[in-house]
Every structure is written in structure tokens, then in C-alpha cells.
Ligand binder design. Structure first.
Ligand code: ADP
Ligand code: MG
Length: 427
């Protein structure tokens, strides 16, 4: 339509000398085509071009608007030289890159990370007359990692600063939150593929822990390191280091929670830790009709314990690293399968409890609703105690088709740290 108008304006444009018009006409006539036909041909060519562009790049209009937005803003991505801050609760966002399969689906990237603290989601919207526009949602977090950041970079600002707490004899906890396919497992477990072999936060933390316990400062404590790896699926707790044996949770009179019979494997090198991770991940995916789907519907909890040789009964310090179940909603809502609906509501409930427990940690002394789910029950230590610290990494996919899930993830992450006061307290 717009092109048609252009042509009509041009045709009737005043001020154009008669002579010029005659010249053009003469030229066109020379090509054996009158002006009307040529214009019609041009209009058609333009329509075909747009239609082809629509097929090749269905989101070209959206892409153009995002590029327009990006041209007008300043970027200052997080750098290795940036300060590492001390928070009781750290909330960070990591955006994964578009991958092959996204590109095949002609996906585009609708998440712009402006700087360390600021990120923008460009939500496509339609006006009443059906013209497209962007609704730009701005969010602030402690750190935002763009698609070029490595696991090591993410680790440096999120989990690594928590090690101090563990060495001081406290409880540190790091959560990976987000929809299925957003990069939780990649970040926590790492990639074991041939093309992409990148250590994740579990292994990076273990490496630092081994180094530190052998340092001069800690050597006298004679600390022994061990790991456990288990999952929670609906209400079932399974040991990933013991053939998925079902485990019971017990709470004593002092509200101390225990996972009874959980395998705790003593490890003496990073290679052994990597073996534990690999074994656990295989267990996690095993025995399921649809491995991919099911493992994304469970919480995986990897824990590293420090115990003094002289007193192995007592945990000196503990680092819990959790690959949470996918938080996506919607797709399952209309599913007729009872189990999927049960899964969905259970995951939802546990993630709501988790948010409340982290917020309670932020307001020290506040009521701690840890019995709200199995997940928060087994992690009770993470939310109490004088020396507990937490970090949440909210993973997002850059894809336009994930826009709603991405916004949900960011809103949740935002509320985890929303002021009650303590949540944002610098220590
Ligand atoms: P989730 O555990 O949240 O379901 P995954 O970690 O399995 O998601 O990631 C989904 C896919 O994206 C995997 O193929 C993974 O290798 C890839 N991926 C995720 N994050 C990254 C990243 N930062 N860089 C490269 N590939 C990634
Ligand atoms: Mg996963």
C-alpha cells in the first residue's frame, strides 16, 4: 500500500518540469514499455521482494525495530575488570546465544543486555490498526551476562564469591532458574560434548575448593571433601549416585532436616568430581520414556561438603548447587495427562516456596516457610544460619518465541530480591 501511494505522489508531483517528464517517457518508450506497465511491474517486484523477505526473515520488521533501538543506546558490557560485589543474595541473568536450531526456525534475538546492571526485553506488540511496535521492558539485576560470556565469566561473579562463605564454615547456595532449554544444565554441569567441552559451575567450584583447602590458610583444618547428587521429581527424592534409589526426608525436633541414606562420595581430585557429575547426569536421564522432557521437570541438587578429619560427623561448610526444574508454564496447561499437570503444579509450588525462603533469608529472622516444598525442606540450611549466602542465576533464551517465558523468569528473579530491605543489603 505504501509503495502504491509513493508512486501516485510521484506521478502527480508538481514542480517537475514538463521537459523532464517527456524525457523519462521517451526513455521508457524506447524500452518498449509504457509507464503504467513499468510502474505496475515495479510495484509487483517490490511486493514480491517484501513477501520473499517475509518468508526468509519472518521477523524482519521486529528485527529492524530492535536494531533501531540498539543504535540509539550505549553498550557497556560487563568486563573481567568489574568489581565483584558482596551481597547476601545475588541475582544475575544469563542469556544464551541463538543456536543452530533457533536459526533454522528463523528466530531472532529480542534480549538486549546494555550493561552490567541493565537488560531490555523487546516484546512485539500490535496496535489496534495491526501495526507492529516494540514494548521495551527494562530490568535491573546485580549482573547481566550476554551471549558471549563463558561459564567461567558467569562463575567469577556468581558462585565463586560464595566460596568464602563455605571456607568460613557457612552454607552457600547457587540456583540456576529458567525455562527448559535456556542453559541451566550447560551453566551448572557444563558441556561434555566433542565440539563444546566447557566446564560448568560444579567443576569450577570444585577446582577452587581443592586449591583452597590445600592452601596455607586452611591446611591445618585437614578438610575432607565429598559430594552428593540427587534429584527431586514431584515429591520423590532420588539418589543420582545410587541407581536412583528413593530417599526419605526426616526432620528432627530441632527442625534439622536429613536426607536419609544419601550417598556422599569422598573425592580427592577435580577428575573425580567430573566423574561424579557425569555419572549423576546419566542417572538423571535414565529410565525415562522421554529423557529430555522428564529430566527438565526435576530439580537436581549437587552438594559439596567440607568436613574436618577430626570430626567427620559434623559438616564444616557446604556448597549447594541446584539445577532447577524448568519454570515454563502454558504448554502443559491443557494437557490431558494427569501426571503433567501434577508435575506443573508441584514445580510451581516449589519455585514459589523457594522465592519466599530466599526472601526470608534477606529479612533475617523472618518466618521461614521451608516446609512449603521438598526442595526448600532439604535446603533449609541454606536459608537460616548466621553465615548463609545465596545466588540465583536466571537463564533466558534470546528467542522471540520464548518472550513470555523470559518475561516470567525475569519477573520472578526480580521479586527474589525485591525490597523487604535485607534482600538488597550490601554486607
Ligand atoms: P536447560 O538445562 O535450561 O534445559 P540446556 O543447558 O540443556 O538448557 O541448554 C539447551 C541447549 O542450549 C543445549 O544444547 C546447550 O548446549 C545450549 N546452550 C545453553 N547455554 C549455552 C551457552 N551459554 N553457550 C552455548 N550453548 C549453550
Ligand atoms: Mg537441563
Amino acid at each position: 500500500v505504501a509503495n502504491g501511494e509513493d508512486f501516485s505522489v510521484h506521478r502527480g508531483a508538481p514542480g517537475k518540469g514538463q521537459g523532464e517528464l517527456h524525457l523519462e517517457e521517451a526513455e521508457q518508450a524506447g524500452e518498449g514499455e509504457d509507464r503504467e506497465t513499468k510502474e505496475a511491474r515495479q510495484v509487483k517486484a517490490e511486493r514480491d521482494r517484501v513477501s520473499k523477505e517475509n518468508q526468509d526473515v519472518p521477523h524482519w520488521e521486529l528485527q529492524r525495530m530492535i536494531m533501531e533501538y540498539q543504535r540509539r543506546v550505549n553498550f557497556r558490557p560487563l568486563s573481567l575488570n568489574d568489581d565483584i560485589e558482596e551481597h547476601l543474595i545475588t541475582v544475575a541473568v544469563r542469556k544464551r546465544p541463538l543456536n543452530e536450531s533457533d536459526l533454522q526456525k528463523k528466530e531472532i534475538d529480542i534480549v538486549t543486555i546494555l550493561n552490567k546492571n541493565t537488560l531490555v526485553v523487546h516484546e512485539p506488540k500490535y496496535k489496534v490498526d495491526l501495526t507492529k511496535y516494540l514494548e521495551n521492558h527494562t530490568f535491573k539485576f546485580d549482573y547481566n551476562f550476554n551471549e558471549t560470556c563463558s561459564n567461567e565469566m558467569v562463575y567469577r561473579f556468581t558462585a565463586q564469591p560464595l566460596l568464602k562463605t563455605v571456607f568460613e564454615g557457612g552454607f552457600a547456595t547457587c540456583f540456576a532458574y529458567g525455562q527448559t532449554g535456556s542453559g541451566k544444565t550447560y551453566t551448572m554441569s557444563g558441556a561434555f560434548g566433542e565440539n563444546d567441552n566447557e566446564q560448568g559451575i560444579y567443576a569450577l567450584a570444585a577446582t577452587d575448593i581443592f586449591q583452597e583447602v590445600n592452601s596455607l590458610k586452611l591446611k591445618h583444618l585437614n578438610l575432607v571433601i565429598s559430594c552428593s547428587f540427587f534429584e527431586i521429581y514431584i515429591k520423590k527424592v532420588s539418589d543420582l549416585l545410587n541407581n536412583k534409589k528413593t530417599l526419605k526426608i526426616l526432620e528432627d525436633g530441632k527442625q534439622q532436616v536429613q536426607v536419609v541414606g544419601l550417598t556422599e562420595k569422598v573425592v580427592s581430585s577435580v577428575a573425580e568430581v567430573l566423574d561424579v557429575i557425569r555419572q549423576g547426569n546419566i542417572e538423571r536421564a535414565s529410565g525415562q520414556t522421554s529423557a529430555n522432557l522428564n529430566s527438565s521437570r526435576s530439580h537436581a541438587i549437587f552438594q559439596i561438603y567440607l568436613r574436618a578429619k577430626s570430626n567427620m560427623k559434623r559438616v564444616y561448610g557446604k556448597f549447594s548447587l541446584i539445577d532447577l526444574a524448568g519454570n515454563e508454564r502454558g504448554a502443559d496447561t491443557f494437557s490431558s495427562s494427569r501426571i503433567t499437570r501434577l508435575e506443573g503444579s508441584e514445580i510451581n509450588q516449589s519455585l514459589l516456596s523457594l522465592k519466599e525462603c530466599i526472601r526470608a533469608l534477606g529479612r533475617r529472622g523472618a518466618h521461614l516457610p521451608f516446609r512449603g516444598s521438598k526442595l526448600t525442606q532439604v535446603l533449609r540450611d541454606s536459608f537460616v544460619g548466621a553465615n548463609s549466602k545465596t545466588c540465583m542465576i536466571a537463564m533466558v533464551s534470546p528467542c522471540v518465541s520464548s518472550c513470555e517465558n523470559t518475561l516470567n523468569t525475569l519477573r520472578y528473579a526480580d521479586r527474589v530480591k525485591e525490597l523487604g530491605g535485607g534482600g538488597d543489603a550490601h554486607l
